[in-house]
Design a protein around this ligand. Structure first.
Ligand SMILES: Nc1ncnc2c1ncn2[C@@H]1O[C@H](COP(=O)(O)OP(=O)(O)OP(=O)(O)O)[C@@H](O)[C@H]1O
Ligand SMILES: [Mg+2]
Length: 328
């Protein structure tokens, strides 16, 4: 199950993703945590020290390896250089499975021990001033998109992505890559404004979107969120002393998280699981092709000097139920 956390800056995306990851790890299900945000904070939120977090391998730094491994023997993708972030898998491509080992995870993923259980963590890599606004910045988040498009995750296997809600994810199609997107919203006008924008895009592409309130402190806060986000609101996280202690560098055990907030995490887990039966693998594949063709026409063909539409395998459907294990 591919799950994204999005929302306005500072709304609590990283906090809630990290808590959801801890919750899943405690439930002893496989979890891959992905930090795809411009500001890389997920590692520390999962308890890594500053040095450990800084030492995490950056996906953006392993793009050639990622591309080469994923394209496998797919005859439609003639080289890693012609593979762009939206290049879809086809016959011969290698697919990532959440529980398996493969060279991509070996290079880019690290296992993070949590109080209960563990999670694998991958990070796009830190963004320097020089990255912003140029191709290199896109190539970093592009690594996440490539992996999501080649990932076959089954029931009770989770990928949790800490993302920005910015326009980048709309242009590339990244926002359509999830079984469920949690939009974290504080009970403020700006907090809910992001929801309005996201909802428009989500509706056009059939993206499942739920709002999770955060820093909700009063019945009035809750009423405000209910009024502004309607039925999309599925739960509200309160102010958390547990989170505050974590921020002070005194992480309590996960089991000590406030019961009301744990209940929110259970609600998110149930909502995610409920999506499994509603997966539409044909639509998922169609959308990945749609955004590939769009990116090919707008910049990819020119950049690579090839007709990237030829990379599309018309008979391929990304589906974990018929994914055969691929040789490494
Ligand atoms: N429920 C909460 N209770 C107490 N503090 C919270 C809560 N949620 C978030 N915070 C605090 O609010 C701040 C912002 O949270 P966080 O970093 O998770 O937001 P973000 O959306 O990931 O931000 P950015 O856009 O910068 O990535 C942090 O200091 C965090 O500890
Ligand atoms: Mg964050």
């Amino acid at each position: 199950m591919k799950i994204a956390f999005v929302g306005k800056g500072g709304s609590g995306k990283t906090t809630l993703s990290s808590l959801f990851i801890r919750h899943l790890a405690a439930a002893r299900v496989p979890v891959l945590a992905v930090d795809a945000d411009i500001n890389q904070h997920l590692g520390p939120a999962l308890g890594l020290g500053e040095e450990e977090a800084a030492a995490l391998p950056a996906m953006g730094g392993h793009l050639p390896l990622i591309k080469d491994w994923l394209r496998g023997t797919n005859p439609r993708i003639t080289s890693a250089e012609t593979m762009i972030k939206t290049t879809p898998p086809g016959e011969g491509s290698r697919l990532l499975s959440l529980t398996g080992d493969n060279p991509v995870f070996a290079a880019c993923a690290r296992t993070v021990p949590l109080d209960d259980g563990e999670a694998r963590l991958m990070v796009t890599g830190p963004f320097t001033e020089a990255d912003l606004g140029v191709a290199c910045y896109h190539s970093k988040t592009g690594a996440v998109e490539l992996c999501l498009n080649h990932l076959v995750d089954g029931r009770e296997e989770y990928v949790v992505v800490d993302m920005t809600a910015g326009s980048d994810s709309f242009a590339s199609g990244m926002f359509t890559r999830f079984d469920l997107t949690f939009l974290v919203a504080e009970p403020t006008r700006k907090g809910v404004a992001v929801h309005r924008q996201y909802r428009e895009y989500a509706r056009d592409f059939g993206v499942a979107l739920r709002v999770v309130g955060n820093k909700v402190q009063s019945p009035d806060d809750l009423a405000f969120l209910r009024e502004e986000t309607g039925d999309d609101l599925i739960a509200a996280f309160g102010h958390s002393d547990w989170v505050r202690s974590m921020e002070k560098g005194r992480p309590p055990r996960f089991g000590q998280l406030e019961e009301a907030n744990r209940e929110v995490l259970r609600t998110l887990h149930e909502a995610a699981d409920a999506r499994y039966g509603r997966r539409d693998r044909h639509r998922y594949t169609r959308q990945m092709v749609h955004f590939h063709l769009r990116n090919a026409a707008s910049w990819g063909n020119a950049r690579t000097g090839t007709d990237l539409a030829a990379q599309v395998d018309p008979d391929f459907v990304l589906d974990e139920r018929n994914a055969s294990p691929q040789p490494a």
